[in-house]
Write a protein that binds this ligand. Sequence first.
Ligand code: LLP
Length: 409
Amino acid sequence: MEIRGKSVYFGGVALQELVNRFGTPLYVYDGAKMVSQLNRLRRAFTIPHQIKYAIKALPSLSVLKWLRKHEAGADAVSIQEVKLALHAGFLPHEIMFSPNCAPFEETTAAVQLGVQVNVDNLPFLEQFGKLFGRTYPCAIRLNPHIKAGGNEKISVGHSDSKFGISILQLDEIKKIVHRYNMQINGLHIHTGSDIADADVYLKMADIFFSVLDDFPDVVFLDFGSGFKVPYREGDASLNIEELGAKLSNMILDYSHKKRRMPELWLEPGKFLVSEAGWLLATCTVVKETPSRTFVGLNTGLNHLIRPMMYGAYHHIVNVSNPADQPENYTVVGYICETDTFGTDRMISKVREGDVLAICNAGAYGYSMASNYNARLRPAEVLVINGEPHLIRKSDTWDDLLRGQVVIDL
Ligand code: LLP
């Protein structure tokens, strides 16, 4: 964000211009910020690596195309995400497919499409072996029994999590792999999201190194993602440069000792797109009550569920009046359910009609949006080289009716 005079700029464009052109509520994304994050990640890791963008964070086709143009791969968790990636122009070998509890048919469909698949349970490993033997490689997702991540809901590498094959089941994995002479070309661990501690990834490397001898066909180690980005000033975030240096060194040391150099894979979602996206909404009412002053917005948990679902903090800025006297507000949505975006926030004086920006809305914002309360999902705009591009139209009344079957009564 940049404030010039009385205007707030985003990706080089005055936000007021975007609002005049596209209205609110509106998701806006800064393409340059995505690319600078991608390059930051690349610079941090000095060994051969691949960056697979986690589609689930922001699955817009134009964003996928933009990241592919900058040489990212794609990480998909459903067969539909695989197809979206292909549709956006990714080649099959650039896509990693890591489903969890999805029907096995999705894995075989992904094989037919030629993408890299990742298997996260023993029954599917057995089925994969039976069907493909050595004819098609797969990776294995391990559960390392590591507790990591910003909160309970997004911590997925611990022993009670549904994800991955427990590291304690290594013998069973090996038996299946030998029984069908399988080609395990990669090992994968993803322990959660919002991880600020680099040590988590170093522990993952130790686990990989401890089992690599058992998997001679492995050519890549996928460390998943979870890199924490700042959501507020002074917020803890993962020091990616420190992690990159340490992890690169560990892998280099390993490769010298073992004369084997697995490629490093990463699957960032938030790191690439969280800070690059804002949700713009208009203040519908400033409502004084005996206890507080509410700012009501023409958006709600139907467009951004993170504050309600995870208690996530999102910084809020009054972009129509950025430099006035700050006042204490509780910012809420228009949904008929409590949907508080921020409590007791000091925000530059808000008047009805002002546009507020909810920051860090690029990741898991639009992708988790719904039509709750029969509301329409907003449009999305991607700014590239100071040029705003509409990349998704807002929903229409027809979208709400689409698929509904009205029976004769
Ligand atoms: N790889 C795998 C296998 C994943 O499951 C995920 C996220 C990622 C990569 C990307 O993680 P990231 O870089 O975005 O932390 N909706 C939640 C986050 C759920 C993450 C699910 N998996 C939120 O808004 O905080």
